[in-house]
Write a protein that binds this ligand. Structure first.
Ligand SMILES: NC(=O)c1ccc[n+]([C@@H]2O[C@H](COP(=O)([O-])OP(=O)(O)OC[C@H]3O[C@@H](n4cnc5c(N)ncnc54)[C@H](OP(=O)(O)O)[C@@H]3O)[C@@H](O)[C@H]2O)c1
Length: 169
């Protein structure tokens, strides 16, 4: 299973102003990379806070919502599925369903839980030409020792930059 983390971040390193504000960066810059890439991958995993802000699953992609609270009654099979428990068990289950690639798409707590378990293979950061001054980081609530190797960098649109890394394992 290939697991890619895809995040849009300000130049000063924030993915949002706080956990209750919607993903203004994603909506502003999605057409440049996020939309096409997640459509190709086909399956996205989000944290429950981010899903509460989105309200709807990502159209055309299986949306998996991670929560510590089991909520099977909210599942619409193949469209939006709620999972709790170990991330590695989720990935193994998806493999048995013939899925070989997923995109982890935030927020900060979900990203960190994948990173601390060393489950991310590649990281795509879309650096948006914005400064927030304060906010929430790409991964929070854990001490990480993640080392990255740059695979690609390129300009997106007029002012954004894509940084593509692999996680050194
Ligand atoms: N810039 C971007 O690209 C981008 C992308 C996405 C989101 N965001 C922003 O990120 C912010 C939200 O981030 P956040 O860190 O507050 O919340 P989050 O990561 O979206 O959600 C956190 C919640 O997800 C569940 N969760 C996370 N990891 C889990 C795991 N390993 N197992 C089980 N459940 C898990 C827990 O839900 P329960 O409490 O239900 O147990 C946890 O409280 C928003 O402001 C959003 O706009 C930005």
């Amino acid at each position: 299973m290939k697991v890619s983390l895809i995040m849009t971040m300000t130049v000063d390193g924030f993915i949002a102003r706080d956990s209750g504000t919607d993903a203004e960066l994603v909506s502003a810059y999605a057409p440049l990379f996020f939309e096409d890439t997640t459509q190709l991958i086909g399956t996205v995993i989000v944290g429950s806070n981010t899903f509460s802000l989105l309200k709807e699953p990502f159209p055309g992609r299986l949306t998996i919502v991670m929560s510590s609270v089991p909520q099977p009654e909210r599942n619409i099979s193949g469209i939006v599925e709620f999972h709790s428990g170990e991330l590695k068990d989720l990935l193994a289950e998806l493999e048995t369903r013939g899925l070989h690639e997923v995109a982890v798409v935030g927020g900060s707590q979900l990203n960190a839980s994948f990173l601390v378990d060393n489950l991310i293979d590649e990281l795509y950061v879309i650096v948006a030409p914005r400064l927030f001054g304060q906010g929430i980081s790409l991964a929070s609530n854990y001490d990480l020792e993640t080392e990255l190797r740059l695979l690609e960098e390129r300009q997106l649109g007029s002012d954004a930059v894509l940084l593509h890394y692999e996680v050194v394992k």
